[in-house]
Design a protein around this ligand. Structure first.
Ligand code: UD1
Ligand code: CA
Length: 467
């Protein structure tokens, strides 16, 4: 019987080259809903109560190792990728002295649920089996290892696609790629794996046959049909998995009180947070560490990357917000572009075709139309007229613009930085401001207008004469 106290370890195989991905990036680092696929597996394991996690990676400065730096993991190096069986052989030294259960997982099956792993471990412990493996019946088993059972129904062998006879290929029960081993038994058997097969690979899936020959015990745990067990071997499967996961993410947020219009068109990374009573319009894309508070509106086609949207803010259509913050109750867009630490205060208005870069706007400030605000510190209750431009770049360096609380910048002004517009100061429309405007002053920097009465009629007459 299960003691419930046996030690539990996990080994993730993540050294494969991902030949079918045709990529320089290791397969398990390809992203699903904004995160490397291997991270999902690590998260699931942390919910499964595992004592230690080992990860098999490639040699040297392996990108997988780099990507997982700082986590509590033990890395095992597989110098050359000679197959899943070989990967486990490489890990044996690291397992020396350990007893209990070892889950062996493939880094390219990210969606498995903790319950499925739990069941695999429990079953192994209770039966004191050498190996338990998860199986599933598929309509189309192509590509997976097929489960061979004897007359009494015992698993005696797993046959890889490349080795299977036409009759075996018709078997629909497959090896889903989740195994649990009794560690001492694994240690004894794993080096019996040979690579004398079509692929010249060391197959981990040779182990059931090896255990059977040694009189050991292998048990299959048949799982109900589920997308959560499928492997990701190429970019088509990656895209399919991404689609499935995004649906799950949307459904989860909807169940927490988020409204989505035409939800299928909305893309939300797994790292995003959204508050209740927020409404997302079609085509919204929310990526990275984006966090949306409650009762916000994200209009159609908005693209948010690492954006912070505070309570009740509204984004009209087609805004792009990157690494920036929008304060509570502000109204932004349509077609606004906020980037590089733009910080919009509360109850602000940032209107159409306004770009804000590395600038802050105090509360209740308005920039309603057609502006570029870069490297500017703008106070509260400021009015930035249509077409105002901060001229922040002199061709070599960027310079700061400062605008005090309550200032009024007339339309079509250019503020040539570095420059300071004082508190409650005015800038006359159409000014090119090159010198500071003190608090409460008016800055006026444009040609005085000339009016010539009757000029138009005179010109017309001249043109007639010339004909
Ligand atoms: C594997 C199984 C197959 C199962 C399927 C389930 C084997 C031989 N086959 O096939 O029975 O139905 O998964 O999804 O195990 N890896 C290494 N080092 C290596 C080779 C692979 O670390 O030398 C890693 C890869 O990064 C990958 C995982 O092992 O994450 C699985 O390898 P993969 O080549 O995808 O195996 P499949 O052909 O899918
Ligand atoms: Ca695979």
């Amino acid at each position: 019987m299960s003691s419930g106290k046996e030690s539990r370890y996990a080994l993730i195989l993540a050294a494969g080259k991902g030949t079918r991905f045709r990529s320089d990036l290791p397969k398990v680092l390809h992203r699903l809903c904004g995160r490397p696929m291997i991270e999902y597996l690590l998260e699931t394991l942390s919910a499964t109560g595992i004592d230690r996690i080992f990860v098999v990676v490639g040699p040297g400065d392996d990108p997988v190792r780099q990507a997982l730096q700082g986590r509590h993991l033990d890395f095992v190096v597989q110098e050359r990728q000679l197959g899943t069986g070989h990967a486990v052989q490489c890990a044996v030294a690291a397992l020396s002295g350990l007893e209990g259960s070892l889950l062996v997982l493939y880094g390219d099956t990210p969606f498995v649920e903790p319950q499925a792993l739990e069941r695999l471990i429990q079953e192994r412990e209770e039966l004191d089996a050498d190996q338990t493996l998860l199986t599933i019946e598929l309509e189309d088993p192509t590509g997976y290892g097929r489960i061979i059972r004897d007359q009494s129904g015992r698993v005696v062998e797993v046959i890889e696609e490349k080795e299977a006879s036409p009759v075996q290929k018709r078997i629909r029960e497959i090896h889903a790629g989740f195994n649990c081993f009794k560690i001492p038994a694994l240690r004894e058997a794993v080096f019996e794996i040979r690579n004398e097969n079509q692929a010249g690979e060391y197959y981990l899936t040779d182990l059931p046959k090896i255990f059977a020959a040694r009189g050991g015990r292998v048990e299959a745990v048949l799982h109900e049909p589920s997308m959560s067990l499928l492997g990701i071997n190429d970019r088509v499967q990656l895209s399919e998995a991404d689609r499935i996961l995004r649906r799950r993410i949307r459904d989860a947020w909807m169940s927490k009180g988020v409204t989505m219009i035409n939800a299928d068109t909305i893309l939300i990374d797994s790292t995003v947070e959204i508050g209740a009573d927020s409404v997302l319009y079609p085509g919204a894309i929310l990526e990275g560490r984006t966090s949306i508070a409650s009762a916000c509106t994200i209009g159609p086609g908005c693209h948010l990357v690492d954006a912070i949207i505070e309570a009740g803010a509204r984004l009209d259509g087609y805004c792009i917000v990157r690494d920036s913050r929008i304060g509570a109750g502000s109204f932004v867009g349509p077609f606004a572009h906020l980037r590089q630490n733009a910080a919009v205060g509360e109850r602000c208005r940032v209107g159409n075709f306004v770009e804000v870069k590395q600038s802050s706007l105090g509360d209740e400030t308005k920039a309603a139309h057609l502006s570029y605000l870069g490297d500017a510190r703008i106070g509260s209750e400021v009015n930035i007229g249509a077409g105002t431009i901060t001229c922040n770049y002199d061709g070599l360096r960027k310079h700061q613009t400062q605008i005090g609380d309550g200032a009024f910048v007339g339309s079509g002004s250019q503020l040539v930085a570095p420059v300071r517009i004082g508190r409650d100061a005015y800038v006359a429309a159409g000014s090119t401001i090159t010198e500071d405007v003190p608090d409460g002053a008016l800055g006026l920097a444009r040609q005085r207008q000339i009016v010539k009465p009757g000029w138009a009629a005179e010109r017309r007459r001249k043109c007639q004469d010339e004909k």
